[in-house]
Design a protein around this ligand. Structure first.
Ligand SMILES: *[C@@H]1O[C@H](CO)[C@@H](O)[C@H](O)[C@H]1NC(C)=O
Length: 342
């Protein structure tokens, strides 16, 4: 054989090198398809998680707001103390989501499931999984007197859930009153470390449509769907001066539902602490407020105005029909397989 100077190159064509070349070709083919696969999967994942991906990839296109055009003319959208009232048609979810993404707020959803109400928990949580704060960082807290029954429910949820053990209450009224104390205690123990916002909802709610970041605020109450058109004299406030929940006849803005309220953790702490103290004082005086903890919540909101108010869309009940101003029913509240007072 003639020694050559170009051995490296000429050797490539020698038979003993052929198998290695083939191997290299195969490897590179596999490599390319593997990379394509990974890139494809990542793109698919990013598209599927579109709103959840950081704000860098989140861009919102929308028309400029027109100052001469009210978003709704059939309902009040701002309270006299300038807190927004959230109705369908008054907000742009994408703009709010963009702001949310920038701050990555941690949101807790606490729901009491005591006694027979455990039966309703599965439907509640599975609907929350689907509709509550889509794209948000949500953690569920279930306060219950029977943790084992909750664990046995086989819940189809992916978000984290924590079970909070509470005492067994003698009846439903004591249980709803006790809720304020449970939330107050857990705010001191847990929520101040784990959360920015806490939403407190009841188990007998089934979400039917999205409930998103538009509800977030410092302290947020929901208009009771049964009384939002009622005159002051018909609102079921506690009118007996002997109760701590007392509201004089000539006072009261709205009547709020206690089955849906939320706020930042410090504000929820103040609210539940105040309500719990008043409930305790009433108890010491042998008084039970007209509508349980709801009376106390209404008293609190009268003198500590909510910074945002949710329209009855958020706590609607199918039994109330379909009035014109309810453009969307975000929940059905109050369907029970048993009577409330048992
Ligand atoms: C809340 O905390 C107080 C003080 O630590 C305690 O006495 C009370 O039993 C707690 N209540 C509940 C319902 O956990």
């Amino acid at each position: 054989m003639i020694p050559c100077t170009n051995c490296i190159y000429s050797n490539i064509n020698r038979p003993e090198y052929k198998p290695r070349m083939k191997m290299f070709k195969d490897f590179s083919k596999t490599h390319v398809s593997f990379l394509t696969f990974i890139l494809g999967t990542m793109t698919g994942f990013l598209i599927s998680k579109w709103p959840e991906v950081g704000s860098l990839s989140w861009r919102t296109d929308y028309n400029k707001p027109d100052i001469a055009k009210a978003p709704r003319s059939d309902v009040m959208i701002l309270t006299p103390w300038l807190a927004p009232i959230v109705w369908e048609g008054t907000f742009n979810h994408d703009i709010l989501m963009e702001e949310y993404q920038r701050n990555s707020y941690r949101i807790g959803l606490i729901v009491p499931a005591v006694g027979k109400y455990i039966k309703l928990l599965k439907k509640f949580l599975e609907s929350a999984e689907r509709y509550f704060m889509k794209g948000g960082m949500v953690k569920y807290y279930v306060s219950t007197d029977r943790p084992d029954e909750v664990k046995a429910l086989n819940l189809d949820i992916k978000r984290p859930m924590k079970i909070i053990k509470v005492p067994e209450y003698s009846d439903w009224h004591q249980a709803v009153m006790g809720r304020m104390e449970v939330i107050k205690n857990q705010t001191e123990l847990l929520f101040h470390k784990e959360l920015d916002y806490l939403a407190c909802l009841d188990t007998d709610i089934v979400m039917l449509n999205p409930i998103g970041v538009e509800i977030l605020g410092e302290m947020v109450g929901a208009l009771h769907p049964g009384y939002y058109h009622s005159p002051r004299k018909d609102l079921p406030y506690e009118r007996r001066p002997i109760s701590q929940a007392f509201i004089p006849e000539d006072e009261g803005d709205f009547y709020y539902q206690s089955n849906f309220f939320l706020g930042t953790v410090p504000r929820i702490y103040q609210l539940t602490k105040a309500c719990n103290e008043n409930i305790m004082k009433d108890r010491a005086n042998g008084i039970h407020a007209k509508v349980d903890e709801e009376s106390h919540l209404n008293k609190y909101f009268l003198y500590n105005k909510p910074t945002k108010v949710l329209s009855p869309e958020y706590i609607w009940s199918n039994s109330l029909g379909s009035p014109k101003d309810i453009k969307i029913k975000r929940v059905n509240h109050g369907d029970k397989p048993f009577k409330k007072d048992t």
